[in-house]
Design a protein around this ligand. Structure first.
Ligand code: GLY
Length: 349
């Protein structure tokens, strides 16, 4: 029998399990995990995207309830208020009650948008995340962040709404386009870099990610979320590479790089910046560079012009940013840096 990894996200009465098992869906066992989460006769509403549904939608034939399926066009462009309105319409047509269940099936977009729809439908219904991308498995499906984008910025409208369960089957990764897979690896490497030396080394292994490595990343994230669900402090460490990364994404109008690619470039800049600032142990940036290069993620973006985008970032504090820097691998630290200092040191990296 295949080993089933189970990670508990410990949040009191909102605790839940993340099951990680290769072949969970092909075996049909997953439906039994869902069954206790919705009373018989209640509606099950699936929020997915057209591509994922075309590839894997038939798995839902095993679902024990009558179901409604809403599929959006793939891509971040679907994470809008307009699409959210359509999802509410589908929930209404399906007669989804407060005792129903929403299942998000796909990458970060159906997960974030479907999760936000679940958070707000009738003031909150239960939902299950079934991530099919590496990024969603390792990061976005765990921790309860749900959101949509508005023209003024990404993820500006959202809620913390923890799923009732996350079902994670690495077999889905086999149909993931290469670029998307690599982008997900950036979040895996990020987790290794902030978690511990051994996991960081593991993320540099060539070949497809092992279920154990994925599970270790999820376990680390679960611990961080359990300690700081609403990102008052420690959870911010999960944003290592993201401040620079968001600025890089914005500089290219979210077209040139995927989120993961921008985070990869952002981690390298953060490590170099940390070394300049004297916070990060020398040699750390070179180690991150080597692991990124080994995973086909070496993106050398200069820091030129990024400061303007950091200042525009709606989540940035006035006067400066709270940067996640590493003292060394496995030791993240949140360091407030003023824009003037940032500008000076960024010229040198
Ligand atoms: N993706 C970062 C977090 O979940 O906090």
């Amino acid at each position: 029998m295949k080993r089933e990894g189970a990670v508990r996200v410990d949040l009191g009465e909102r605790s839940y399990m993340v099951l990680v098992r290769e072949g969970l869906f092909a075996s049909g066992d997953w439906a039994a995990h869902l069954a206790p989460l919705a009373a018989p006769g209640e509606s099950l509403a699936v929020v997915s995207d057209e591509q994922v549904w075309a590839l894997h939608g038939r798995l839902f034939d095993q679902a024990v309830w009558g179901k409604a399926v809403f599929c959006m066009r793939p891509g971040e462009g679907s994470k809008t208020l307009e699409m959210l309105g359509k999802v509410y319409g589908a929930f209404a047509a399906a007669g989804l009650s407060r005792n129903g269940l929403v299942v998000t099936f796909g990458g970060g977009v159906p997960g974030d948008l479907g999760g936000f729809a679940a958070a707000t439908w009738m003031r909150g219904v239960r939902f299950v995340q079934i991530p099919t991308t590496l990024l969603a498995m390792a990061d976005s499906s765990v921790g309860g962040k749900t959101a949509v984008d508005i023209p003024e910025g990404k993820n500006l409208v959202g809620a913390f709404h923890q799923p009732a369960m996350v079902l994670c089957d690495p077999a889905f990764l086999k149909t993931l386009p290469e670029r998307e897979y690599r982008s997900g690896m950036a979040e895996i490497i990020k987790t290794g870099a902030i978690a511990r030396e051994s996991l960081f080394l593991e993320t540099g292994r060539p070949g497809p990610i092992r279920a154990e490595t994925l599970e270790s990343c999820i376990r680390f994230k679960a611990e961080v979320v359990a300690a700081d669900e609403k990102e008052g402090g420690r959870r911010r460490i999960l944003n290592f590479g993201h401040t620079f990364g968001h600025a890089i994404e914005a500089k290219y109008r979210f077209e040139k790089y995927t989120h993961g690619e921008a985070v990869a470039a952002g981690m390298l800049l953060a490590a170099r910046f940390g070394e300049r600032l004297g916070v990060t142990e020398k040699g750390t940036a070179a180690r991150i560079r080597d692991v990124l290069a080994g995973q086909g993620l070496l993106i050398e973006e200069s820091s030129a012009g990024l400061l303007d985008y950091m200042k525009l970032d709606k989540k940035t504090a006035a006067g400066g940013v709270n940067l996640v820097l590493l003292k060394r691998i496995g030791e993240p630290e949140i360091v407030p840096v003023g824009f003037a200092e940032l500008e000076n040191l960024m010229r040198e990296i």
